[in-house]
Design a protein around this ligand. Structure first.
Ligand code: AHM
Ligand code: MG
Length: 334
């Protein structure tokens, strides 16, 4: 019987092509995948497991934590702390980094994640996801600090996300394109279903939270206005709009059928450069999008070139189909 390529098999075969690969990375990915299966199960069972609703606490960003934010963060920590591949982890849900506890061996990688992105959607049964980014722990560092995580996105070893939608999927890049795997729940394995995904360079679909329009900068206002004017406007074509409020779901749609996603700079809160976080949202998604042939920018610079200054730093995000991102970037030029 033909069983298809499992995610593990795919990674091992990819690793064989890398001279000097030890298999440690494959093993780390396996632990992340195990965590994702556990999270997928909890998300899928929902109220049957009593996991919906607020946890009654706030995270470092001052956002109310959902029970599942706390549970999924814990699942990621417990699945990835013991095996000896990581030196430390960092997450949206924790103010400080999580060094690997002393009873476990330490490894050469750092893991950054958003355990449950889009969690405001969880109580209404709309798709959510997990985003992760793998970095190398700097040479000679055995006691990593937050500063060791502050590497530009170009230094990511791998990035991926899990989408808990009608089916659970993982989209993954190790810098050699993007591949997608779908969870076969009966078998308990992720199987390769989307090989070498490419984002169409052109699109007629955009995603933005339009309720923030009055806070946007002029270039984004202009872009959206032009789209809204449709056939009669300067673009001469009708556009479609989507907003799921789950970045994972939006990026996934863009990978599959093209599009553009924006959470741009706005003046809503002058202390925040944008809404989305660089280290565990913007950078991993940018790596995936660029590896699929798309672009990702703040409007003024490539996101993956930003030198991070803080673990929870926010950035404006404009990503997706290449020609549309280029157009918006050109609107930002003085
Ligand atoms: P979260 O990490 O607290 O879930 O916030 C990130 C999410 C993104 O998934 C999504 O694109 C955005 O916030 C939605 O924002 P808004 O509520 O303004 O529509
Ligand atoms: Mg998030």
């Amino acid at each position: 019987m033909h069983t298809g390529t499992t995610l593990t098999q795919f990674i091992i075969e990819e690793q064989r092509r890398v001279v000097g690969a030890t298999g440690e990375f494959t093993s780390l990915l396996n632990d992340i995948v195990t965590a994702i299966k556990v999270i997928s199960n909890a998300v899928n069972k929902g109220d049957l497991m009593g996991v919906l609703g607020s946890a009654g606490s706030e995270n470092i960003q001052g956002e109310t934590q959902k029970k599942l934010d706390v549970i999924t963060n814990d699942v990621m920590l417990r699945s990835n702390e013991w095996a000896g591949h990581l030196a430390a982890m960092a997450s949206e849900e924790m103010e400080d980094i999580f060094p690997i506890p002393s009873q476990f061996p330490r490894g050469k990688y750092l893991l950054v994640f958003d355990p449950l992105d889009g969690s405001s959607n969880i109580d209404v049964n709309i798709s959510v996801g997990t985003i992760f980014s793998i970095l190398r722990c700097p040479d000679g560092v055995s006691e990593p600090t937050a500063a060791d995580f502050l590497q530009p996105g170009t230094r990511q070893v791998a990035a991926g996300y899990a989408l808990y939608g009608p089916s659970t999927m993982i989209m993954l890049t190790t810098g050699q394109g993007v591949n997608g795997f779908t969870l076969d729940r009966d078998v308990g394995e992720f199987l390769l279903t989307h090989r070498d995904v490419r984002i169409t360079p052109d699109t007629r679909e955009f995603a933005i939270n339009a309720s923030n329009e009055r806070f946007w900068e002029e270039p984004v206002q202009r872009y959206v206005q032009e789209c809204l004017q449709g056939k009669e406007g300067p673009r001469g074509e009708n556009f479609n709009m989507r907003w799921v409020a789950s970045m994972v779901a939006e990026v996934h749609r863009i990978l599959i059928r093209g599009g553009i996603f924006m959470y741009p700079k706005d003046t809503k809160d002058p202390k925040k450069a944008g809404k989305l976080r660089l280290m565990y949202e913007a950078n991993p998604m940018s790596f995936i999008v660029e590896q699929a042939g798309g672009l990702s920018s703040t409007g003024r610079e490539r996101i993956m070139d930003i030198q991070p200054t803080g673990l929870h730093q926010r950035v404006p995000v404009i990503l997706g189909s290449r020609n549309e991102v280029e157009r918006i970037v050109s609107y930002h030029k003085p």
